[in-house]
Write a protein that binds this ligand. Sequence first.
Ligand code: F6P
Length: 365
Amino acid sequence: MSNEIKKIALLTGGGDCPGLNAVIRAVTRTAILQYGYEVIGYRFGYRGLYNNDYIPLTLDSVSGILHRGGTILYSSNKDNLFDYLVEEDGKMVKKDVSDVAVENLKKEGVDVLIVIGGDGTLTSARDFARKGVKVIGVPKTIDNDLGATDITFGFNTAIEIATEALDRLHTTAESHHRIMLCEVMGRNAGWIALEAGIAGSADVILLPEMPYDLNKIVEKIRSRETQGRLFSIIVVAEGARPKDGEVVVSKIVEDSPDPIRLGGIANKIAYDLEKLIKDHEIRSTVLGHIQRGGNTSTFDRILSTRYGVAAVELINEDKFGNMVCLKGDKISCESLENVIGNNKNVDPNGELVRVAKEIGISFAE
Ligand code: F6P
């Protein structure tokens, strides 16, 4: 057992994601039951660390949360303490307030900070590690776009939800001989669209990594008709774009470290297709935040629990400045220095795209 460690803190940052509560529970239980650490949780991500707003985490307070989406610690995707909006002389200015956070950790006697988040949250985790804070990262995001790990928790739940949506769209599309588009999340990575598209038996999958040609979508729809298939299902990643065009931005969140919010591409494609296809009705569905809500899938409950246990084991092994990750079927860790800027996108020449193509799915390239 690592002798110096007595107290650890957790925070959840960025967009929420199924499995956060499962990690909080696993960390708290392992820390208390195996190592006798005291555990606290900062509320609202880094903002709580800045405001010293925390709650004790006990075996009781983490009871009954394993399956629940969201985070009992709440989250924020706006608060980068290295570039934080504060009021000074009546004006709002951005400042590096990370020293306040470090002082708060010292004041509370926190020896180690476990940060559960995606790219943005883990960038700050790395920066706190550079300042000498003992930090452990846990990779969260439904987008599955962190290169240092094979799978982030939350992704499996998202593709389960998207797949179920595609199953449901099938029956209604078939009844009306309609073209149905389903827009899924994922930012600039097409993992949700690709995997849900394969599992949900899509006819066309449109990915950010493979810009589409509208005419190829029409070709696929027409070729299905020659086989007597009078409906088609098109899965569209929110970051998809035409060969000769741009992504569709739904809003700019000014005070967010990553201000661009994508969304609206499925509606645009429906509108464009309507000009080329007159003999079918076309409808689009945007799944949006439904992909992040509700209960956590069985796979994510297990992965999150493995990550939570591994995070506390890293503390015991004095392996600070690392993020837990999954490589193949083994849990391991990777330096936070290597995690940031190492994003993972769908490889257009990779195995999954090839598998999809082999069974006749079109990427409308
Ligand atoms: O990164 C997770 C994610 O759900 C993306 O897939 C999506 O583009 C974005 O967050 C949505 O952000 P917000 O919750 O701020 O609308």
